[in-house]
Design a protein around this ligand. Structure first.
Ligand SMILES: Cc1ncc(COP(=O)(O)O)c(C=O)c1O
Length: 382
């Protein structure tokens, strides 16, 4: 191969999860088998009602619609009204996406961001926000408030990622906090994209089914000041409906930007398959399975929290979502190693930015049997 050919390819960092292999191997030596709580991949079955919808739409000889079927877009608008307090969303301002990860990675490029532009992402964050900035040649900057930026950087901000409930920390922004960052972004002419994929999984004061408040969307009227200008909400059915394998997600918001995104996608593809569009439509109309799944996670969380605490971890934030953001007050890898000795794999906080050092992320995505095994092992004296 010539040197010129070797120079092809993006210079992305190695995929960080490869670094976990030795700890997974260590944990697998446990006689009771590994309990892998490192990745937030759903383990419970895809609800039958959704599987049936997928099967019923299996005859799909023609190309699917990029913009989404009218029925799906109406289901998304109805879901926003019913579940997120966002009334009157125009089904035109909605588009299904092949998963959220794909949208997160490609959005800066699709928005036409360029070298010199700044993408702001949360201080401790899902790593794909940085990758998306890199794809567009833009610069990712970590901040939770635009006041943290110097004036020169602030003037270059074109896109602000908000992630509430957050991965990995489980922090939740209330309506006032969202309104503040929207105001700051509008002041500098930047767009706010809000990744809300854990919105249905609020705990404590955000647990709607236990007397709490619903996690607010960026499109909530308390946040928007009555206009969706410059705002995009990104949502995924992976977590709420155990649909990670279907790649079922959507984006909604600013009318002009949505029209531009739909047009770009007509040229570029990345179309959501018709059977998946149908599965999404049915899933978004059925709240019962979301409730049942949330109850499973609540049970696992209630068992894991005291067990992790008895092991010497303190749980920070974790007000919503699928993770317990935990620290033992030591370096991340020391905790990862001690957990691996008990046959438990957790996610290293350092994968989410420098501010994640000292933390591990423990996912609730284990079967009840595996969670109970973890709880028993955490209680053992060393
Ligand atoms: C914050 C955040 N955004 C997006 C995603 C991706 O979800 P999807 O399955 O829709 O690609 C995840 C998945 O873990 C996530 O944690």
């Amino acid at each position: 191969m010539t040197t010129a050919v070797r120079s092809f390819g993006l210079s992305l960092p190695d995929y960080p999860w490869e670094a976990m292999a030795p700890y997974v191997a260590k944990a697998a030596e446990h006689p009771g088998g590994v309990v892998n709580l490192s990745i937030g991949t759903p383990v419970d079955p895809t609800p039958a009602v959704i599987q049936d919808a997928l099967r019923a739409a299996a005859d799909a000889p023609g190309y699917p619609t990029v913009h989404g079927t009218a029925a799906l877009r109406e289901a998304i608008a109805a879901w926003f009204a019913r579940r997120r307090g966002v009334e009157g969303l125009d089904p035109h301002d909605v588009m299904p996406t092949v998963g959220s990860k794909e949208l997160v990675a490609w959005l800066p490029f699709l928005l036409g961001l360029k070298p010199g532009d700044v993408v702001v992402r949360p201080t401790v964050a899902y790593p794909t926000y940085d990758i998306g900035a890199t794809f567009a040649g833009a610069t990712a900057v970590a901040a939770d408030d635009l006041d943290e930026l110097d004036a020169a950087t602030r003037s270059r901000v074109r896109l602000v990622w908000v992630n509430s409930p957050g991965n990995p920390t489980g922090s939740v922004r209330d309506a006032a906090s969202l309104r503040k960052i929207v105001g700051q972004a509008r002041e500098v002419g930047a767009l706010v994209a809000s990744d809300e994929c854990y919105a249905e999984l609020g705990w404590g004061e955000w647990d709607l089914q236990r007397g709490g408040e619903a996690v607010p969307s960026i499109l909530d009227p308390r946040v928007t000041g009555g206009s969706h200008d410059g705002l995009l909400a990104v949502y995924s059915l992976s977590k709420q409906s155990n649909l990670a394998g279907y790649r079922a997600a959507f984006v909604a918001g600013d009318s002009a930007i949505m029209a531009n995104l739909v047009n770009s996608r007509k040229h570029a593809g990345m179309i959501v398959p018709y059977p998946v569009q149908e599965a999404m439509r049915v899933a978004l109309g059925d709240d019962a399975h979301v409730q049942a799944q949330k109850d499973l996670y609540r049970g696992r969380r209630e068992r894991l929290v005291p067990a992790l605490e008895s092991f010497g971890l303190r749980i920070h934030e974790s007000h919503a979502g699928l993770y317990l953001w935990s620290t033992a007050g030591e370096a991340t890898w020391d905790t990862i190693s001690r957990l691996a000795e008990r046959g438990i794999v957790a996610g290293p906080g350092v994968f989410y930015g420098d501010a994640g050092n000292g933390y591990v992320r423990v996912a609730l995505t284990g079967s009840d049997e595996r969670i109970d095994a973890a709880v028993a092992r955490l209680a053992e004296t060393a």
